[in-house]
Design a protein around this ligand. Structure first.
Ligand SMILES: Nc1ncnc2c1ncn2[C@@H]1O[C@H](COP(=O)(O)OP(=O)(O)O)[C@@H](O)[C@H]1O
Ligand SMILES: [Mg+2]
Length: 316
């Protein structure tokens, strides 16, 4: 369905003259050689702490940015070399849901107009047909038709996220890419929004890429899970392997079955990459199992059992 192949997104970060510590120009490897394939109908979870490159990866998959190198294929078509009209069609089939529906819903428009916009852009139906679709879609996300007259500021966070879901689904996409869809919501609302997202995914027969820094969210909902750390996939496993046979020290730390050594501090919001050489494992400073060879070469993803991939010298 959606295949990411050896994707890299590197950013050059210039020295900030107002920074408290001197920082030479350096390269942030936001996405550093990531490959995976999402199959039709599956929930593919991506977990990783803040700054691990999840949103950068999502933006590349949504064709909102062009990566440094690598390939993305959607149903066999090369996403990164699409022309404008192909991108328009692609964006209809691969829809985002972002964390903060607040900032993606136009505050000046009422919900009816917000939901009509994608249909207008793609010239779908006459006015009556569009309103029929919007009405039906509001029902699917458990909002009454009266919400059409309301403005985003009059909605709760959970209601706004439902409107965002309705907007994404109105174009009948095949893939949803949800980047932290429940972050910032109360726990109860977050559970409801996630349950609704999974129900809609099922009803519409979609593939869902579910991105979160929250282990519980991803572990509960996903068929397969990729664990990202500093731009790389450390482990990729089916739900059961993930929760019962997690092998990477970082995954095991996330699951609470392993400790982690104190890492270098975050400086100015950017990970300290200076003490890290090109080749070594990015988890080396936190890893209780690091070996001599981890300093010289990071491990590549190896299949340790069918469908269970781990990138760690101490494991493979
Ligand atoms: N446009 C950019 N310019 C420079 N650095 C960036 C840019 N976008 C993201 N980064 C950096 O890339 C890394 C990954 O960021 P991001 O993809 O947002 O991570 P996540 O979504 O997992 O929190 C971070 O170190 C972030 O500061
Ligand atoms: Mg993010």
């Amino acid at each position: 369905m959606l295949e990411v192949h050896d994707l890299y997104q590197h950013f050059v970060v210039r020295h900030n003259p107002f920074a408290r510590f001197h920082h030479p120009d350096h390269v942030v490897k936001a996405v550093d050689g990531v490959s995976f394939t999402v199959t039709p109908g599956e929930v593919f979870g991506i977990i990783g702490e803040s700054g691990s490159g999840k949103s950068t990866l999502a933006k590349a998959m949504l064709r909102l940015s062009l990566p440094t190198s690598g390939n993305i294929y959607y149903r066999g078509r090369d996403v990164l070399s699409m022309d404008t009209s192909e991108i328009k069609q692609y964006r209809r089939e691969v829809q985002p849901i972002f964390q903060d529906a607040d900032s993606t819903l136009d505050p000046r428009q009422h919900v009816g107009a917000i939901l009509e916009e994608p249909l207008l852009i793609h010239r779908i139906g006459d006015r009556a047909e569009r309103w029929r679709r919007i009405n039906a879609m509001l029902g699917q996300v458990n909002l009454s038709a009266s919400f059409m007259q309301r403005h985003p500021s009059e909605l709760s966070g959970g209601q706004r996220q439902r409107v965002a879901m309705a907007r994404s689904l109105l174009l009948n996409p095949r893939v949803l890419i949800a980047d932290e869809p429940t972050s910032g919501l109360d726990p109860l609302v977050s559970t409801q929004v996630l349950a609704l997202l999974l129900r809609l995914k099922q009803e519409h027969g979609l593939s869902l890429i579910l991105i979160s820094h929250d282990l519980a969210t991803v572990a509960y909902a996903s068929d397969r899970i990729a664990v990202m750390y500093r731009g790389r996939i450390m482990e990729l496993a089916g739900g059961d392997d993930f929760s019962e046979r997690a092998a990477h020290p970082y995954t095991r730390f996330l699951l609470g079955v392993e400790r982690r050594l104190p890492d270098f501090p975050m400086l100015e919001g950017v990970h300290e990459h200076i003490h890290q050489t090109q080749e070594q494992c990015s988890y080396i400073h936190s890893c209780p199992h690091h070996q001599r060879r981890c300093h010289h070469a990071s491990a590549s993803l190896q299949e340790i059992s069918p469908g269970h991939f781990v990138s760690c010298h101490a494991v493979s």
